[in-house]
Design a protein around this ligand. Structure first.
Ligand code: SAH
Length: 345
C-alpha cells in the first residue's frame, strides 16, 4: 500500500486517516498543529502524540522534511538563498528576503522547468518532477525555523511553472493560508505564471484571494514568442484576456512582470505598445532589469533608460514600479535559480 504523505494532507484528510488507523479524531488536530504551526521536523518533537500512534505513522506514512544542504547570505542586502535536499536526493532552491514591510520567501514549485524561456536559468537541465504540497510548504517552514522570524509574504516565483503543477499548488495555497496552519493571508501570496491560459481561468474560479503575476516581457506576439516558447501555444491577446477574466472573477488586480532587455523590448515604441495592450485593465507593471544569466547573452539597460521606460508607461496612466533587486551576489535574483550546483557535485 502506498504510504500517506502526511504533510500534504489537509485537516479533513488527516481526520479520515486517523479514523482509518482507529484513532480518535482530535488527534488529527494535534498532528496538524505539529506539522503546520510548530513546523515539527520529526515525530520526536511531537510531545502529546502517543508512542503507539507514532509507531503506526512510521509504518503507514511518510513525513516530508527538507534538509538544508547549503545556505548563502548576500553581503549586500542579507538575502539568503537556501539549497534544499528532497527525500529522493533532488535539490531545489528558495530565497528569503527582508523588506521593511516583512519577510518574504520565494519558493520553487518544480524540480527544473519545462518552459524554456530564453532568458531564464531554470530550464537549463530540463524538467525532473513536480513538488508536492508538503515540499512547497517545507521550504517556508525550514526557512522560518532557521531565521527564527515570521514569514509574511510568499511568492511562487522560484524554479518551475506553478500552473504546470496545478493541483499541488492549489492544495499548498489552501494549507498555507489555513488558520490551523501558518495562516498566511492569501493576499500575501503571489503566484507567477508564464501564461498557461486554461489554468489561469481555472485558478480564477477557485475563489482564492491570491495575487496572480503574469510574466509578460514583451508588448507584442512576435517578440514574446521569441523569448518564451509557451507564447506559441497561448498567444499574447489570449493571455491578456485571461488576466481580464481573472480580475473579473476575483476582484484582484493582476501584476505584470516585464524584464527589460537592452535592445530587445526596451524602446519607446515598446512602452507605447505595452500601454495599449494593457489599456483599461486594472493592473500593475513590475519592471525587472534582466539579470544576466551565464548561459544567455542578454544585457540589462542602463538605469536611466529603465527610468525613462517607466516614465513613458506612466504617461499612459499605467501603474508601474521597478523591482528592487536582491541577492545578486549569490545568484539569488529573478531567473538565476539554477542547477549550477549539479556541475559541482
Ligand atoms: N514560471 C513562472 C515563475 C518562475 S520565474 C513564470 O514564468 O512566471 C519568476 C520570474 O522571473 C518570471 O517573471 C520570469 O520571467 C523572471 N525571470 C526569469 N529569468 C529572469 C532573468 N534572467 N532576469 C529577470 N527576470 C527573470
Amino acid at each position: 500500500m502506498e504510504k500517506v504523505d502526511l504533510r500534504s494532507c489537509d485537516l479533513a484528510s488527516l481526520k479520515a486517516y486517523m479514523e482509518q488507523l482507529g484513532e480518535k479524531s482530535f488527534r488529527a488536530g494535534q498532528l496538524y498543529g505539529w506539522l503546520h504551526q510548530k513546523m515539527a521536523a520529526d515525530y520526536d518533537e511531537m510531545g502529546n502524540i502517543p508512542k503507539s500512534l507514532k509507531e503506526k505513522l512510521a509504518k503507514t506514512a511518510v513525513l516530508t522534511t527538507l534538509k538544508v544542504k547549503t545556505m548563502q547570505e548576500s553581503k549586500i542586502d542579507g538575502t539568503r538563498k537556501y539549497l534544499f535536499e528532497l527525500a529522493d536526493g533532488n535539490l531545489i532552491e528558495s530565497v528569503w528576503m527582508k523588506y521593511k514591510h516583512g519577510n518574504s520567501v520565494c519558493i520553487s514549485s518544480q524540480v527544473g522547468c519545462k518552459m524554456n524561456c530564453s532568458f531564464c536559468a531554470s530550464a537549463i537541465g530540463g524538467w525532473v518532477r513536480n513538488l508536492t504540497p508538503a515540499e512547497m510548504l517545507e521550504q517556508i517552514y525550514r526557512i522560518s525555523k532557521d531565521t527564527k522570524e515570521r514569514v509574511s509574504n510568499v511568492v511562487v516565483m522560484g524554479t518551475g511553472e506553478p500552473l504546470d503543477n496545478y493541483d499541488n499548488l492549489v492544495q499548498f495555497i489552501k494549507m498555507l493560508s489555513d488558520e490551523e496552519g501558518l495562516h498566511i493571508s492569501q493576499r500575501s501570496i503571489t503566484v507567477s505564471t508564464c501564461g498557461i491560459v486554461p489554468k489561469m481561468k481555472q485558478l480564477a474560479q477557485e475563489k482564492l484571494q491570491i495575487t496572480l503575476a503574469l510574466s509578460l516581457h514583451a508588448s507584442n506576439q512576435e517578440d514574446r514568442s521569441d523569448l518564451m516558447p509557451i507564447a506559441k501555444t497561448y498567444e499574447i491577446h489570449e493571455v491578456i484576456e485571461a488576466c481580464r477574466y481573472y480580475f473579473e472573477k476575483t476582484g484582484r488586480r493582476v501584476s505584470f512582470e516585464y524584464s527589460l532587455i537592452r535592445g530587445k523590448n526596451d524602446t519607446k515604441e515598446d512602452a507605447l505598445a505595452l500601454s495599449k495592450l494593457l489599456k483599461g485593465l486594472n493592473c500593475h507593471v513590475n519592471l525587472i532589469p534582466i539579470n544576466p544569466v551565464r548561459e544567455r547573452s542578454y544585457v540589462e539597460p542602463d538605469m536611466s533608460h529603465v527610468l525613462e521606460f517607466k516614465n513613458n508607461l506612466e504617461k499612459y496612466m499605467i501603474n508601474v514600479t521597478i523591482r528592487r533587486e536582491l541577492g545578486r551576489d549569490i545568484d539569488g535574483a529573478c531567473g538565476q535559480l539554477r542547477k549550477g550546483y549539479l556541475k559541482k557535485s
